[in-house]
Design a protein around this ligand. Structure first.
Ligand code: FES
Ligand SMILES: [Fe+2]
Length: 421
């Protein structure tokens, strides 16, 4: 259970909040390359950490991320003309470059130097293999990008999903690995599955025990359950500051992928999945069952799927009743969304009853709050910001002898990193 004050501290990410300041120390995925596909293309509305921003690609190909509102009389730059290396407000023609400098002010007399004194809020961006990252923090020179292997190969696949709840609910859903055999696989019988497979052991035993290990950049877990007389089936995954996770989807070591739960504001999140896998079936699997809305241009129109809260995720009660599907909801992600959105947009953590299998969640909340407070109280640099290589991790499933030390035994697979660039 968390106090109301701690719950607020954890969830609120607007400017000036404890967690908002913490988040702003990190690079975050803001949009995809294809959203601003070519020089001088139409600008895009981006909601990020509670701020309304406009992304545009200028004539040279550089990506700008600036305040939505023009500093003159606050018209929206979404309507701006993106031309000749800058975006021009259509109201009185003031023009800004990707650095936020005002480069033209046709409404003022030619001899005025007012233009040199005006800036629009702008944030540095960095484009890496299809992802445009943003740094919204205080450092004059931004830190290096986190070395998240999943985004360090030019062939990485990217999927994004709009989630109608606070970012922390998303992250907690990711590290709550025990639910996989119930919510996602409760209808599966061992007799339908290949003996000795991960799915088989998942179906055979629904309970599990957790080991949690601190890493320099977050917490890792190993959840294990009985496999055979002399072995355990392990699910090994990671939480990484501030909003990254690596879930145990593949065979351990076979995939480099991460998820990012990037706060749009306190009540809306974009879930990013970015990675590469040795066999490339995952890109297809990740999108299965998702029909995207014909996305509009509004703040909350990006990456919304047809199956959503407003239609109860198209739950099929007959499929639920006949055990064709445990939940009656099609799609793993859609099942997750129904659970996290059903908690309310900001989960009330004062009313929970957490059990032994929730210890990864409990320790991650504590670690996050402690790191955010250390930054606020004495400027302790947030974990990982100055050590981008701390993100070199992989997750996955594995069968180990019962007496094996889960971390030592699998370390070469967990820490396997191939510097694709
Ligand atoms: S409001 Fe943008 S130029 Fe006047
Ligand atoms: Fe899930």
């Amino acid at each position: 259970m968390l106090s109301q004050a701690d719950n607020d501290a954890l969830c609120r990410i607007g400017p000036g909040t404890l967690m908002g300041n913490f988040f702003r120390e990190y690079w975050l995925p803001a949009l995809q390359t294809y959203e601003v596909p070519e020089p001088d293309c139409p600008p895009v509305r981006i909601k990020l950490l509670g701020e309304e921003l406009i992304a545009f690609r200028d004539t040279t190909g550089a990506v700008g991320l600036i305040d939505n509102n023009c500093p003159h009389r606050r018209a929206s730059l979404f309507f701006g003309r993106n031309e000749e290396s800058g975006i021009r407000c259509v109201y009185h023609g003031w023009k800004f470059d990707v650095n936020g400098d005002c480069v033209d002010m046709p409404s003022e007399p030619a001899e005025s130097n007012f233009k040199d004194k005006v800036k629009i809020k702008s944030y540095p961006t960095h484009e890496r293999n299809g992802v445009i990252w943003a740094y919204m923090g205080p450092r004059e020179i931004p830190p290096a990008l986190p070395e998240l292997e999943g985004n360090m190969h030019e062939a990485c696949f990217i999927t994004v999903l709009f989630r109608n709840n606070n970012w922390m609910q998303g992250i907690e859903g990711e590290i709550d690995t025990i639910h996989a055999s119930i919510l996602h696989g409760g209808h599966l019988q061992p007799s339908q599955l290949q003996p000795g497979s991960f799915a088989y052991y998942q179906a055979k035993n629904k309970d599990g025990r957790f080991k949690v290990k601190e890493t320099p950049v977050g917490n890792s877990y190993g959840m294990y359950r009985v496999a055979e007389e002399d072995s355990y089936y392990w699910r090994i995954g990671h939480y990484l500051f501030p909003c990254f996770a690596m879930p145990p989807v593949p065979t351990l070591g076979r995939e480099a992928r991460f998820l990012a739960y990037v706060p749009m504001d306190d009540e809306h999140t974009l879930e990013w999945s970015i990675g590469v896998r040795e066999d490339d079936g995952l890109a297809v699997a990740a999108r299965q069952g998702r029909e995207y809305h014909n996305n509009g241009t509004g703040w909350y129109d990006r990456y919304v799927i047809e199956q959503n809260w407003d239609n109860d995720f198209e739950i099929d009660r007959e499929a639920q009743r006949t055990m064709k599907s445990w939940s009656g909801i099609t799609g793993i992600r859609q099942q997750d969304m129904a659970m996290t959105e059903g908690m309310g947009t900001i989960l009330d953590r004062t009313s929970e009853h957490l059990g032994t299998t929730d210890q990864m969640i409990i320790r991650t909340r504590r670690k996050l709050l402690a790191a955010a407070r250390a930054l606020a109280e004495d400027g302790t640099p947030p974990p990982g910001v100055e050590n981008p290589q701390d993100y070199h991790l992989r997750s996955g499933q594995v069968i180990l002898p019962r007496k094996a030390d889960w971390w030592e035994e699998t370390r070469d697979r967990i820490e396997r990193f191939e510097a694709w660039r």
